[in-house]
Design a protein around this ligand. Structure first.
Ligand code: GDP
Length: 313
């Protein structure tokens, strides 16, 4: 991911003189090249505009530096601006003062939510937490089973709406409070959290339904779940390969479920990825994690500064 953006930016910097001061026309040409590189990488237009405006202002105003030549100065400015659009500081998960911490996952179908649920649970477990997964995606026939498989791989129990043990796995039933909650994702989510509290799991990850495109019913369902369980974090999972639709989708989910953080999935793909890079800037929500493959360990905390360095490497 970002290889071509990375190559284009490197090429732009290579053309900069290494001595003296940058003329206005040097700056203008560089900014134009950066603009094209970002647009070709699918970075959203408003983000490109802000980005290039800031780079231009700072490059023109840059002091003659003893330590950095003009090319290095521009690289530093572009690096700083990349860190800014990627959200600035790394933002870790917010844990509840009173466990369990509730994390709700939202996003389009196929975005990588269920896979992410397993990765996040596995990562939390490695850090000494005792997570539990809740299968509140009742839209897709296979979603509950898929989450159970994911939970089994991560070694984490799954609260599912119907009793059913997958070999060797202690899936728990949802038949508490005397009600069958099958079919009602809000009830499943609530019951799952009650179960987690009773069994002293300190984090609950609630997987919700997604559709192939933003859909009012789906959004209402996600909003209802959010209202019922008041999660500590709502993570919006977005496939980095989605292209230009990323921004629109993110805006719809921001309005629908007011997510608190973003997870970029499929960062291991070779798509241009720039649209996903726009999501933090457009929504004002931090990118918190990245998914980089199908395995349970293909997951990392997202550090804006490290990602910027990777792009400019
Ligand atoms: P959901 O519908 O949002 O729950 O999406 P899934 O978790 O079922 O993922 C959809 C597909 O994408 C599955 O085939 C996953 O194996 C795959 N997938 C999920 N995350 C990643 C990732 O980070 N990289 C790659 N290459 N594939 C992924």
């Amino acid at each position: 991911m970002f290889n071509s953006l990375s190559d284009r930016l490197t090429e732009t910097f290579r053309n900069l003189r290494t001595k003296g001061r940058l003329s206005e026309s040097d700056v203008n040409k560089t900014v134009r090249d950066i603009r094209l590189a970002l647009l070709d990488a699918d970075v959203a237009l408003p983000v490109v505009k802000t980005f290039t405006h800031n780079v231009r202002e700072r490059a023109l105003g840059a002091e003659v530096s003893e330590a950095l030549n003009p090319a290095q100065q521009v690289v530093k400015i572009v690096n700083d601006e990349l860190v800014t659009i990627l959200g600035g500081e790394t933002r870790g998960l917010r844990f509840a003062k009173q466990p369990p911490t509730v994390i709700m996952l939202a996003g389009l179908q196929g975005s990588g939510k269920t896979t992410l649920a397993g990765k996040l649970a596995f990562w939390l477990k490695e850090q000494g937490h005792t997570p539990m997964l809740v299968a509140a995606d009742l839209q897709r026939p296979n979603a509950v089973t898929q989450l159970e498989v994911v939970g089994q791989r991560a070694g984490v129990p799954v609260f599912a709406p119907e009793r059913g043990n997958i070999a060797g796995h202690d899936a728990v039933g949802a038949d508490i409070e005397g009600t069958r909650s099958h079919g009602d994702p809000v009830a499943v989510s609530r019951n799952g959290i009650a179960e987690a509290r009773a069994k002293q799991h300190d984090v609950v990850i609630v997987d919700t339904a997604g559709r192939l495109a933003v859909d009012e019913n789906l959004m209402q369902q996600a909003a209802d779940i959010r209202a019922a369980i008041t999660p500590d974090e709502v993570l919006f999972v977005i496939d980095a390969m989605i292209g230009q639709a990323a921004v629109e989708t993110a805006e719809a989910f921001l309005e629908g479920v007011d997510f608190t953080g973003v997870v970029l999935s499929k960062l291991d793909g070779d798509a241009r990825g720039g649209a996903a890079l726009s999501v933090a800037e457009v929504t004002g929500r931090p990118i918190m994690f990245a998914s980089t493959g199908e395995g349970v360990k293909d997951f990392e905390v997202f550090h804006p500064d490290r990602m910027a360095s990777r792009i400019l490497d």
